[in-house]
Design a protein around this ligand. Structure first.
Ligand SMILES: NC(=O)c1ccc[n+]([C@@H]2O[C@H](COP(=O)([O-])OP(=O)(O)OC[C@H]3O[C@@H](n4cnc5c(N)ncnc54)[C@H](O)[C@@H]3O)[C@@H](O)[C@H]2O)c1
Length: 358
């Protein structure tokens, strides 16, 4: 049976080391994870598999529902014959094929890459509203200990100056009809739906707003900016910058982000949203391209017009989280810098796609 990538295993070990006591409480528990074949969801499957093998005295059981609209079966192939992890190919928008019992429900199913959510706007809205409602209704009928909804920093849209770093109580500057609205607005309604299941029914909902997470497992064809730049560089092509290179982002290494998501899920805080990201280094896109070019070596950068008409419409100019709330209430502390994180990601690409990444 194929094994998990050693790079991802190292990340998982670090996450477990950081959260050992909290995770111990979850031994023997039952999990439902939507979108477990995707970038973030698959980390949870690998983490729980690792805990079953190395940490827990009683294994937990995991069911994952995944329709592979943006995830790949290859990412979770090593879990196919796992006695405690069941991967069901299905759509969470349709009536659920599972009844429980479950202790934890994680809703990570949604297309997250702008190129693909613009191509599949209705599927994106449905996953974030109807799929979420299906899972909330299931959670309500069961006595779950925690329900985690993956929202996004995009709920803030393009924050107005003076609101960066952006705290959770900033209400956002979002278009409700633009080409990104299928994602931004469905996440906003998803948050409203989720917190009201807490208010009305007491469901222990926790909402996380990830800010530009990157790292091993984010597939080369994903069409988010870091995989795009890595793909060009690893194939020895000029790195194509599709905007003026001046917008900024604060990228968060996946190991840090998953630690934050878990800390939120296992915390006593309910009906609340938490930023999860990194505030260590806000970097402009040109500098990011140059950094990746330098790490790979022997490649240049160039400015190119995207073939996608709406590529830049409503694209936020700056994005950086205010992490005060996550630090104070969750003890969240991202620790992996951009350069070491990118080196881990590049090593994973070479491991999975081969040296020339073609
Ligand atoms: N990675 C980030 O930087 C980031 C940032 C903000 C928010 N998020 C949110 O976190 C969650 C996970 O993101 P990701 O980066 O892992 O994205 P991803 O696209 O890699 O993974 C999402 C997974 O959900 C699956 N999926 C989509 N719709 C489905 C449906 N109707 N039924 C079953 N499965 C379905 C996809 O096939 C995919 O495997 C998403 O909700 C995303 O919006 C991620």
């Amino acid at each position: 049976m194929p094994a998990v990538s050693p790079i991802i295993r190292e990340d998982v070990e670090r996450i477990v080391e950081n959260l050992k006591e909290e995770l111990w409480e979850a031994r023997g528990s039952r999990w439902l994870i939507s979108g477990g074949g995707g970038f973030l969801g698959a980390y949870f499957l690998d983490l729980l598999d690792y805990c079953n093998r190395e940490v827990f005295d009683r294994p937990c059981r995991v069911v994952c529902i995944e329709n592979f609209i943006s995830g790949t079966p290859a990412r979770v192939r090593h879990l196919r014959d796992n006695a405690f992890i069941q991967i069901i190919e299905g759509d969470i928008v349709k009536p659920l094929q599972v009844t429980g019992p479950f202790d934890y429900i994680l809703h990570a199913a949604s297309i997250a890459s702008p190129t693909f959510y613009r191509k599949h706007p209705i599927e994106t809205i449905e996953a974030n509203v109807l799929g979420l409602k299906n899972l909330l209704d299931l959670g309500r009928t069961l006595d779950v200990k925690g329900f985690l909804y993956f929202s996004t920093s995009e709920v803030y849209g393009d924050p107005l100056p003076g609101n960066i770093p952006t705290p959770e109580d900033y209400n956002g500057n979002v278009s409700c009809t633009g080409p990104r609205a299928c994602y931004d607005e469905s996440k906003r309604l998803g948050e409203t739906l989720a917190v009201n299941y807490y208010r009305q029914y007491g469901l222990p909902v926790k909402v996380v707003r990830p800010f530009n997470v990157y790292g091993p497992g984010l597939k080369l064809e994903d069409r988010r900016v870091i995989p795009d730049f890595c793909r060009d560089a690893l194939r020895g092509k000029k790195i194509a910058i599709l905007d003026d290179g001046r917008s900024t982002r604060s990228f968060c290494y996946v190991g840090d982000a998953v630690t934050g998501f878990l800390a939120a899920l296992l915390s006593p805080h309910r009906g609340e949203a938490f930023n999860v990201g990194s505030d260590e280094q806000e970097i402009d896109i040109l500098s990011l391209a140059e950094l990746i070019a330098g790490l790979v070596g022997g490649v240049e950068v160039e400015f190119v017009r995207s073939s996608e008409e709406d590529y830049l419409t409503d694209n936020p100019r700056r994005r950086c989280p205010d992490l005060t709330k996550a630090r104070e209430l969750l003890g969240y502390q991202p620790g992996v810098g951009l350069k070491p994180g990118l080196l881990r990601m590049l090593a994973w690409y070479r491991e999975v796609y081969g040296e020339d990444c073609t």
